[in-house]
Ligand binder design. Structure first.
Ligand SMILES: Nc1nc2c(ncn2[C@@H]2O[C@H](COP(=O)(O)OP(=O)(O)OP(=O)(O)O)[C@@H](O)[C@H]2O)c(=O)[nH]1
Length: 285
């Protein structure tokens, strides 16, 4: 610590009971302060033997338990102590975890033996890493959420994909703000009462193409395609220009991980709010 100069990397280990959201937002939104510190990613180490008990815990005040919050907000999840459980049990643990967060990368291990590049230099919030968000949503396609998870909980991942390029970001932003800040499914009808429980978005990721946004920036990056990247942690969100190397057709995607997300209602609200053609909108869950 006496040596002057920059740190190479800061690993912050929180207590097992910590809510990672406020800590993540503190580092993530540090840009404006001109600091060299940025949030690389969030790794959660779970104990294969005990995690299901923690995920299923009901809090007396009906808040989301810490284990669900930690899994929901993770970019990488290490399932440790797999030597203490059967392979069926570890499969169930992985299914339970995926039923909460379908986009995080998961690795199984014992004695926490993992390649360092699984937990360092993740670039989860890096706008140059646009393609990783696209890959993550492909995971929802691969795994789906249809697996019969053992624990009962109300935190899930949904992904809304749409083909239309947006002329303006404003409707999308107000839709996001209503979800994040008012905790309800956005509705243009004042009379459309919200029934059911308030929703809580713990993590938001998105990719959108809005050509207009790039007309003025004057940059030309050869083969790379331009996309806006949306990142959100709890009630904070940010939209920044990003670049994709992906050869395939770029899609617009919004990934939400949170509590009480009713997929059909969210998609319906999204289509109405952004005035999209329903045939161009797909729900992945
Ligand atoms: N069998 C087995 N034991 C393990 C494994 N990893 C750690 N342990 C042992 O589990 C015991 C408790 O270690 P951890 O669970 O890592 O404890 P910890 O995470 O530092 O504890 P907290 O931070 O208080 O949660 C130690 O005796 C470790 O040697 C593993 O993969 N398999």
């Amino acid at each position: 610590m006496k040596k002057s100069g920059k740190f190479d990397y800061i690993l912050l280990e929180t207590s097992g009971l910590a809510d990672p959201g406020p800590i993540a937002s503190m580092f993530w939104l540090d840009d404006g302060l001109g600091s060299d510190i940025y949030l690389d990613g969030i790794v959660t180490l779970v104990d294969a033997k005990n995690i299901c008990q923690y995920l299923g815990e009901e809090k007396p005040d009906a808040s989301i338990n810490e284990a669900l919050k930690q899994i929901a907000i993770s970019d990488r999840i290490v399932i440790n102590k797999i030597d203490l459980v059967t392979s069926d049990e570890v499969n169930n643990v992985e299914d339970d975890i995926r039923s909460v967060n379908s986009v995080a990368e998961i690795m199984r291990t014992d004695r926490s033996r993992i390649p360092l590049d699984f937990v360092l230099d993740i670039g989860a919030y890096d706008v140059k890493n646009v393609d990783s968000i696209a890959q993550q949503t492909r995971k929802i396609d691969e795994h789906g959420q249809s697996h019969a998870h053992q624990i009962s909980h109300d935190v899930h991942t949904i992904c809304i994909e749409f083909d239309t390029q947006l002329d303006t970001l404003e409707p999308l932003e107000t839709w996001i703000q209503t979800l994040l800040w008012e905790h309800v499914v956005p509705s243009r009808e004042a009379t459309d009462k919200q029934d059911g429980a308030l929703l809580d978005v713990l993590r938001l990721k998105g990719l959108v193409q809005t050509p207009k946004h790039y007309d003025n920036d004057g940059s030309n990056n050869g083969e790379m395609k331009k996309q806006l990247v949306i990142q959100g942690v709890q009630e904070l969100y940010d939209i920044q220009p990003g670049l994709s190397h992906d050869d395939g057709e770029l899609k617009n995607k919004i990934v939400l991980i949170g509590r009480n997300l009713v997929p059909d209602r969210l998609v319906e609200s999204f289509i109405h709010w952004l005035r999209l053609d329903p045939s161009t909108v797909h729900l992945l869950q």
